[in-house]
Design a protein around this ligand. Sequence first.
Ligand SMILES: C[C@@H](C(=O)O)C(=O)SCCNC(=O)CCNC(=O)[C@H](O)C(C)(C)COP(=O)(O)OP(=O)(O)OC[C@H]1O[C@@H](n2cnc3c(N)ncnc32)[C@H](O)[C@@H]1OP(=O)(O)O
Length: 238
Amino acid sequence: RVLGHCLRAPPLSCFPRPPQAPPPAHSPSCLCPGSLCKLVASGDEAGSEGRCVGCRRYRCPWRSEASDPPGAGIPGLFSRVQTPVAAGRSFSTSPSQHQASSPVWKLGRLNHVAIAVPDLEKASSFYRDVLGAQVSEAVPLPEHGVSVVFVNLGNTKMELLHPLGSDSPIAGFLQKNKAGGMHHVCIEVDNINAAVMDLKKQKIRSLSDEAKIGAHGKPVIFLHPKDCGGVLVELEQA
Ligand SMILES: C[C@@H](C(=O)O)C(=O)SCCNC(=O)CCNC(=O)[C@H](O)C(C)(C)COP(=O)(O)OP(=O)(O)OC[C@H]1O[C@@H](n2cnc3c(N)ncnc32)[C@H](O)[C@@H]1OP(=O)(O)O
């Protein structure tokens, strides 16, 4: 029910399939038949918006690639012109809706989930020694007022944040949340400047005038949690 997940199967079980799997056969967990995909590809099906009705993928293995929209199928990037989830569920998007907004930037993969921690060594030890994750050394980032430890999870990362310096944003957070807790999520975008301009038009406030270089050496910008459903969102240039 989430963009990129199969509607008819447990999430993530539809695609990608194992590399060795023969593509044409129907996956046991995906009920997407080739005929549906062809209808979608030719634009005959209401709500197609260029995606497979069955598995919701632009690059459904059962459909022709001829009608993929620009940018579709780039690993990890979702088109900005995709239908909101609610409309997608009802398959009601018309082609004219699809063309209404130009895709100036695209949302990508989840880069990391950041956790504010009162004790960096204790938190590192939990992820490394108890959960068995691969954990980095602590990295000081004075320009952000934090020390950071990265926990590698394979498909994404966690970022353990501890205050550094006197005016760290994490210090205030930990005053309110003594045991620590989830601080922000970081999502990649393919064009951070276009994203910030577009979001500004939509009255989503950025927390700095321009992007700064973040923990991975790439431009990042934070969006106000009050404009993002109560979640502090960091955008990072992919
Ligand atoms: C290295 C880099 C990277 O990953 O690349 C990083 O992570 S740097 C990570 C550290 N850097 C940042 O966080 C930079 C962006 N953050 C900020 O500018 C600030 O921390 C704000 C998010 C604006 C919060 O500012 P401040 O603490 O001064 O204000 P405040 O405590 O009064 O909070 C204002 C309202 O926002 C809420 N609020 C505060 N922090 C929040 C958070 N992390 N998640 C969700 N809501 C949050 C508060 O509960 C409050 O709501 P109520 O009014 O309802 O009580």
